[in-house]
Ligand binder design. Structure first.
Ligand code: ZN
Length: 221
């Protein structure tokens, strides 16, 4: 894994500086793939795109801003850049706020945010924590799942698989089984077998699909 430059951005509302690291090269060595589609790859870290200013709470997409500049680890000048806040991933509450405020400007962006909300809750299962702390959280999970399904295209086999998994996570095993029975892509068959088995066991929660031991591109940086 080789780090790239750190990019510097400015909050569009209050001009506070914030930074985001980048990657020059990485690989999927020791990564873990889950049934909700999330890939956790230690050698291929993800950096936030939708974030918030720590000074004024404004929510914005870093990819829609022009960076102020960039620097490499160890550069001696530009101390104000090096001391700037690091952009962080949003909390579930802030993701919901982004949708309410219209920070998501189209269906693609809303789908991205709804998937992040779904994954954030499922992260608690991955980390062996309680998924819902109260009934409000559980109903927010369901509301988000239903809205996410509306944004997916069931004519696409991969998205159909994702819809099936969302239904299973809501405890609707019947609907999950109905959808996976209609998946025709043979490459997805091993996932269909796994999800069917979880439905039979009446397990609704996210499961580990695969642990990747080898790097897919042969690199082990
Ligand atoms: Zn700000």
């Amino acid at each position: 894994m080789i780090s790239g430059p750190t990019y510097v951005y400015q909050c569009p509302q209050c001009h506070n500086l914030l930074t985001r690291d980048s990657l020059a090269s990485g690989n999927t060595f020791h990564s873990t793939w889950y049934s909700d589609g999330k890939l956790i790859a230690p050698m291929l870290p993800d950096f936030p795109n939708l974030t918030k200013c720590k000074k004024c709470n404004h929510l914005f997409w870093l990819n829609k801003l022009k960076e102020v500049g960039s620097f490499y680890f160890g550069d001696k000048d530009k101390l104000d850049w090096q001391n700037a806040d690091e952009a962080e991933f949003l909390s579930v509450d802030d993701y919901f706020r982004a949708i309410e405020l219209g920070v998501t400007e189209d269906k693609g962006e809303e789908g991205f945010v709804r998937q992040q909300i779904w994954w954030s809750f499922n992260d608690r299962v991955r980390e062996h924590r309680t998924i819902f702390n109260n009934e409000v959280e559980e109903s927010l999970y369901v509301i988000n799942c239903m809205a996410f399904i509306e944004l997916l295209n069931s004519a696409n086999e991969n998205e159909k698989m994702l819809i099936a998994e969302v239904y299973r996570n809501m405890g609707n095993f019947e609907k999950c089984l109905e959808l996976i029975t209609n998946i025709r892509d043979n490459e997805l068959n091993w996932i269909v077998v796994k999800l069917r088995s979880e439905c039979e066991k009446k397990n609704r929660w996210v499961i580990l699909l695969e642990k990747v031991v080898q790097a897919t591109n042969g690199e082990e940086d």
